[in-house]
Structure formats: structure tokens, C-alpha cells
Design a protein around this ligand. Structure first.
Ligand SMILES: Cc1ncc(COP(=O)(O)O)c(C=O)c1O
Length: 398
């Protein structure tokens, strides 16, 4: 507003929902880690040294040479037919009509929320869960019903309580959960989809990490068990590169029907250019190679971090425990109830190590004895010395 009082008072004019658009508290911590010599286990970024830059350059060249004009043109809202076919082939229960390409699974969450949540609705979410999902649902003026999660994923009895209390949408990260690293057991996968069927409530299956399995057998995706009640979100972000902002929703055509219209209103369609490049890469077989590389890299880092945690915090008298993820990027450490990981975060940064305090992952305030560690970007040396520093801080903090 100008000094004479004329003009626009932007904050007064802003829509009510903007007060529900909260900044990510993780980003605040990440800002602090950018100064000095801080070893960061806070971010959830993929390891950039693994990005297949040369292969992307070659694929880009081929796309421009062979289909340059089409690649730079507007395209259909649902996504490129070739890419949708490749996605549909991974989900035999749905055809190409059950695939919607989106600009990151984050956009997928927003579109599903826009189509399936009314003000006052409540969403059943694990406590803790991915804050990006909470942030994307909140502007739709919803409440959250916290669901317990343990080493086998969300607890069906607790989910049933949330459904009985009126939840109208279920949000699940079935594989190598962010933040806990836990995976939903096969029995619970069946139980969760049966609950969704019994209550007539849709599930959003958010699965960015499912391909990054280090040990054990692959488990069925919820959408493949129950395409009638699940919308699945998959992404290239953790397997190929996040910068493409390329992901997909898979579900029944009926489930996706309003989503296509919401997508059209949001951004017409996802970048034709990146869809073509990604298709070129998957057709060349490079994605499988890339996934193997990423898995090996993260498996090694996970092992180092688990060993270091055993050394630093393994004495049972200290009262710490942590998850042992079979894939993905995250370990969840929980300490005795007296531990305040929010209060300790600054001391940890001062000591040169960063984590995300558990509080950031809860739909409602109050839980502070847990924290999330990411092993995806740290070097072996950083894992050794970072966990030693963290061990020191946490032992003192109990
Ligand atoms: C659970 C979860 N869902 C969604 C996303 C966003 O993924 P995308 O890059 O596909 O938008 C992330 C990113 O960290 C995530 O951890």
C-alpha cells in the first residue's frame, strides 16, 4: 500500500485459505544447514552425483532431433500416450485410461485433495507422516485424524477408529515411509484396502520410494490389490531425477475423471518436453540401470548409518530405538519421552549436524521425542562423524 493509503493491502486482500498455506518447517532447518560446516541428515534430496546427466543429454538430443516440434508443442491433459502406456504396463489392472501424468506427485496429492475433500472433511493420516501431504491438504480446510504407525506401517485398528470417526480420505505411504522408513506388511495391505471398501472411503497411495528396495521381496501395491478404492501416485523423482517434475496418478477412470479436469484447470498439462525425454530414457532401458545404481548407493549408506547408530546409541540403557528400513532414504530415531528433539536441533546444528525434529511430521503438535535422519546425500565419512556428533548431543539431551 502507498503512504497515502491508496493501493492494495495485499495481506488484507489475501484469500482465507492462504492462512492455511504454511511454510515447510523442514525448509527452515535446511536454510540453517547451508551455513558453515554442517553435516546434514535433514534434507530428503536424492543423491545428485547419481543423476544420469549424460544420458539425459543424449535423450534430449534424440527427442529434439526426431520429434522436436511435437516435444515443444502443447499436449493433452492426461499426458503423452507413450508414457501413459509405459505406466499402464506396470499396473495390469488399469489400462491407459487409468493413468494421469502429473507435475510431481506433490501435484497429484493437491489434485486428489481438490477433487475429493470438502471443507470440514477429515483425512486419516499416519502420525508421523510426510509434511508435504499435510501442507497440500490443509488449504482445503480439512482436519486430520491421526493413525498409529509402527514397524509394519499404519495400524489397521487405528485406521478403523479414524474411519469410524468420519474420515473421508486415507493417505498412506506404503513403502519405506517418509519419515519412518517403515513398510506396510502384506497382511496390513489387505486389511487397509478392505477397510476402505467397508467404509467406502478412497485411499491415496503415495509411493515415491517403492522402487528403492534394498532387501526382501517386493510387496503388492495397494492399487494393484484394489484398483476400485485406490488412487496411486508414482514418480520419477527418486529413481531418475526430481527436476523433471514428472509423476503419475493411477486409478480407475471413474476416480480420475474429476482429476483430469482439475489438472486442466491447474496447468493444462505436464511439460511435453520432459515427458518425451523420460519416455526416451525408459525405452532405452536406462531407468532399470539407474534404479540399480541408486539402490546400491543408498543401501551402502543405510548400512553405514545403522552401524553408526548401533555404536553411538545402541546401549539399551539409553532408551533409544530406530527403524531399520529395507529401502528408501529415511531412518526414524525415537528417544525416551524426556527427549525434546525440537529444542536440541539448534544445539545439534551448532555441533555441526542437522536432522529434522519429529514434531515437523505430526498432524497435531506435541510429539517431540522422535527425529528423522536421511542417509541419501551424506558421504560415508559424513555419516561416521555426523552420527558421532549426533550421538553425543542426544545422549546429553536425555
Ligand atoms: C512421501 C512423499 N510424497 C511425495 C513427495 C514429492 O514427490 P515429487 O517430487 O514426485 O513431487 C515426496 C518427496 O520427498 C515424498 O517424500
Amino acid at each position: 500500500m502507498n503512504s497515502d493509503g491508496r493501493g492494495v493491502n495485499w495481506s488484507a486482500r489475501a484469500a482465507r485459505r492462504t492462512t492455511r498455506l504454511r511454510p515447510s518447517s523442514i525448509r527452515e532447518i535446511l536454510k540453517l544447514t547451508q551455513t558453515g560446516e554442517v553435516i546434514s541428515f535433514a534434507g530428503g534430496l536424492p543423491a545428485a552425483e547419481l543423476f544420469p546427466v549424460a544420458a539425459v543429454r543424449a535423450a534430449t538430443d534424440r527427442v529434439l532431433t526426431e520429434r522436436g516440434r511435437a516435444a515443444l508443442q502443447y499436449s493433452t491433459t492426461e499426458g503423452d500416450a507413450g508414457l501413459r502406456e509405459w505406466i499402464a504396463a506396470r499396473h495390469p489392472q488399469v489400462g491407459i485410461d487409468g493413468v494421469q501424468v502429473v507435475s510431481g506427485s506433490q501435484q497429484g496429492l493437491d489434485l486428489v485433495a481438490k477433487c475429493y475433500l470438502d471443507p470440514g472433511d477429515s483425512v486419516a493420516v499416519a502420525a508421523p507422516t510426510y509434511p508435504g501431504a499435510l501442507r497440500s491438504f490443509e488449504p482445503y480446510e480439512v482436519r486430520f485424524q491421526p493413525v498409529k504407525i509402527d514397524d509394519d506401517g499404519i495400524v489397521p485398528e487405528s485406521l478403523e477408529a479414524a474411519l469410524a470417526a468420519g474420515s473421508t480420505l486415507i493417505y498412506v505411504i506404503p513403502n519405506f515411509d517418509n519419515p519412518t522408513g517403515a513398510s506396510l506388511s502384506v497382511e496390513r495391505r489387505h486389511a487397509v484396502v478392505e477397510l476402505a471398501r467397508a467404509y467406502g472411503v478412497p485411499i491415496i497411495e503415495d509411493d515415491p520410494y517403492g522402487e528403492l528396495r534394498f532387501d526382501g521381496a517386493e510387496l503388492p501395491r495397494l492399487v494393484d490389490l484394489a484398483p476400485d478404492v485406490v488412487i496411486h501416485a508414482g514418480t520419477f523423482s527418486k529413481t531418475l531425477v526430481p527436476g523433471f517434475r514428472l509423476a503419475w496418478l493411477v486409478g480407475s477412470p471413474a476416480a480420475l475423471d474429476p482429476v483430469v479436469r482439475a489438472k486442466q484447470a491447474a496447468d493444462l498439462h505436464t511439460s511435453t518436453f520432459t515427458q518425451f525425454i523420460a519416455l526416451e530414457i525408459v525405452r532405452s532401458g536406462l531407468l532399470e540401470e539407474q534404479v540399480d545404481k541408486v539402490r546400491d548407493h543408498y543401501r551402502g549408506r543405510r548400512d553405514l548409518m545403522l552401524d553408526a547408530l548401533d555404536r553411538e546409541l545402541g546401549d539399551p540403557a539409553l532408551g533409544f530405538r530406530w527403524t531399520r528400513p529395507s529401502g528408501g532414504m529415511f531412518i526414524w530415531v525415537s528417544g525416551p519421552d524426556s527427549l525434546d528433539t525440537t529444542a536440541l536441533a539448534r544445539a545439534a546444528i551448532a555441533a555441526g549436524v542437522a536432522y529434522v525434529p519429529g514434531e515437523a511430521f505430526y498432524p497435531e503438535p506435541g510429539q517431540v521425542s522422535g527425529l528423522r535422519l536421511s542417509y541419501s546425500v551424506a558421504s560415508p565419512d559424513q555419516i561416521e562423524s555426523g552420527i558421532a556428533r549426533l550421538g553425543h548431543i542426544l545422549r546429553q539431551g536425555t
